[in-house]
Design a protein around this ligand. Structure first.
Ligand code: 0O2
Length: 208
């Protein structure tokens, strides 16, 4: 995209970005309430930590251009579902699905589910990805905002963060057995999750 068009696009994305920021704010509030409530009522907090990001206008424009779509805020609203992203990191795999069920219970529409825990990506990446419609209550109307919610365990998050760092640093040039080593590390992380789940069950039984 030439420079003038890029600048015009960035100037026109204000409303779009603000609405997605509100979507993230609403979802973060809900998640923080559930976190405190579970901790208080069940003595177990299913949320270890939460992060969020709003896609930068340059990244939005680049993604639309890559897909051969019109580069405009209207096109971004219509075609992209990951402008707002929230990542929830949980102690246990069971917490990931517990939070998914809480979302369902609240009748927050889940428009897409990618369960990379049940079916990891070929490189070993594991996480549960949901695209949800978060209601944002404005002063005169309610808008539904798409948010990409990624739910994963601490072990999955550790693997994903390091894999991202390694691939980013290597600029795509990776040694021959790199992919196999990374996949093996992902399997080790999955093993750790399974071990932690057993310990969790054991500790629940002993505290009954
Ligand atoms: P960022 O900066 O995290 O947003 P799509 O986004 O729909 O065009 P895709 O791959 O079908 O593409 O979406 P998917 O599978 O839901 O994954 C999107 C996001 O998941 C990525 O966002 C990453 O955050 C994360 N992700 C997916 N696969 C991997 C992986 O192999 N390794 C790591 N570390 N993260 C992954 P973005 O847009 O890449 O970046």
């Amino acid at each position: 995209m030439e420079r003038d068009n890029a600048l015009a696009f960035i100037r026109r994305t204000g409303d779009l970005l603000m609405m997605h920021k509100f979507g993230v704010d609403e979802l973060m509030t809900k998640l923080r309430i559930w976190s405190e409530e579970f901790d208080y009522a069940h003595e177990h907090d299913p949320i270890e930590h939460i992060t969020s990001r709003i896609k930068r206008p340059e990244a939005i424009a680049a993604k639309l251009a890559r897909r051969g779509l019109p580069v405009s805020p209207e096109s971004a609203r219509e075609n992209l579902t990951d402008i707002a992203g929230v990542r929830v990191v949980c102690p246990f795999v069971s917490d990931v699905y517990l939070l998914r069920d809480v979302i369902r219970q609240h009748e927050i529409e889940i428009v897409q589910t990618k369960d990379y825990i049940a079916e990891p990506k070929p490189n070993g990446y594991r996480s549960l990805h949901l695209i949800i419609k978060v209601p944002v209550h404005l002063s005169d109307r309610t808008e539904l905002v798409n948010v990409e919610l990624q739910l994963r365990t601490i072990a999955m998050d550790f693997w994903a963060a390091v894999e991202h760092e390694l691939l980013y640093k290597s600029g795509g040039e990776v040694p021959e057995n790199f992919a196999a080593e990374l996949k093996s590390a992902a399997e080790t992380a999955a093993g750790l999750d399974a071990q932690m789940a057993s310990l969790h069950k054991l500790s629940e039984r002993t505290s009954d």
